[in-house]
Design a protein around this ligand. Structure first.
Ligand code: HEC
Ligand code: HEC
Ligand code: HEC
Length: 216
């Protein structure tokens, strides 16, 4: 009798343990299945850096956007945070870190500040300051020529469905004023102050950075 009871307990134990394992296995495979069916776009786009855009946006005949941008203050926005003026401003605001390390400053002086490492491609350089992707959105999902062309077509037709899907912004007044050209900016619930705010008139300020395609 004694033996019979402990044997059946033993069997029960094995059955229980293996179902727990099987359940774990089942959940694992279900997870894999769900992940594999998730649309590719659900992945947040990576910041690929201005050099990636340069590949197709450097020639004169398309409007040499890369060269023009390189010559603007935007390309020097990170460097600027190393200036005496920047250091003095940060000190005044009670920020202990160097401005080139402080999120309070980087948030408007580089692209993607505060995002996890996984969102940056190898080519991305924070030293490039305010770059293409600050304004046009992280390029990881839209940088392919085929997609760019589709986005261009959609823009010309007045739509924005694909642009939303790929995280692409073709650029407008809202691009500037909803991000850096405002007195305060809130990102993920944290409010940052712009210590150098100047009234922003889009039409006027756009003249400083205009980079249009001459053939359109
Ligand atoms: C493989 C080539 C290629 C790369 C890389 C590329 N583009 Fe483009 N892009 C194009 C083409 C082609 C067009 C459509 C025609 C044109 O404007 O020259 C275009 C158009 C655009 C437009 C205008 C779309 C509209 O609304 O008409 C913007 C803005 C733009 N690209 C930004 C970027 C940014 C930012 C990057 C880097 C993250 C980038 N592109 C990388 C090829 C590329
Ligand atoms: C909300 C966005 C934002 C934040 C946050 C921000 N900046 Fe700026 N900063 C700007 C913009 C936009 C300009 C350009 C001003 C203009 O021309 O309208 C600028 C310009 C500057 C300038 C040059 C203008 C001047 O007065 O000489 C310095 C220096 C500067 N920022 C330092 C800092 C420092 C230091 C921090 C962090 C403590 C910081 N910024 C945080 C948006 C911001
Ligand atoms: C500070 C914001 C900003 C930066 C940085 C920026 N752009 Fe733009 N871009 C805009 C805005 C706004 C527009 C639309 C308004 C316009 O063209 O007059 C635009 C338009 C464009 C267009 C369409 C031009 C046309 O003729 O329709 C292309 C292509 C483009 N950008 C590519 C780039 C590339 C490539 C870079 C980086 C090398 C870049 N942009 C950097 C804000 C920016």
């Amino acid at each position: 009798m004694e033996h019979g009871v402990s044997f059946s307990r033993f069997v029960w134990k094995i059955i229980l343990e293996s179902t727990v394992k099987l359940k774990g296995l089942f959940v694992f495979f279900l997870g894999c299945f769900l992940l594999s069916t998730m649309p590719a776009m659900a992945k947040e786009a990576q910041f690929v850096g201005a050099k990636t855009c340069k590949k197709c946006h450097k020639k004169k005949k398309v409007g040499e956007q890369y060269k023009i941008w390189k010559g603007t203050k935007h390309a020097k926005a990170y460097e600027l945070l190393g200036s005496k003026k920047a250091l003095a401003k940060a000190k005044e605001m009670g920020i202990k870190q160097h401005p080139q390390k402080a999120i309070e400053c980087l948030i408007c002086h580089t692209a993607g500040a505060g995002e996890p490492k996984s969102r940056f491609a190898k080519k991305f350089k924070k030293e490039d300051g305010v770059q293409c992707e600050n304004c046009h959105g992280a390029g990881g999902n839209y940088k392919k020529k085929k997609i760019m062309k589709k986005l261009h077509k959609e823009k010309a037709a007045g739509g924005n469905k694909l642009a939303t899907k790929y995280g692409f912004d073709s650029g407008s007044e809202n691009t500037c004023t909803s991000q850096c050209h405002q007195e305060q900016r809130t990102v993920n619930g944290v409010t940052y102050t712009n210590p150098s705010y100047k009234d922003f008139v889009y039409k006027e300020r756009m003249k400083e950075i205009v980079h249009r395609n001459p053939h359109k």
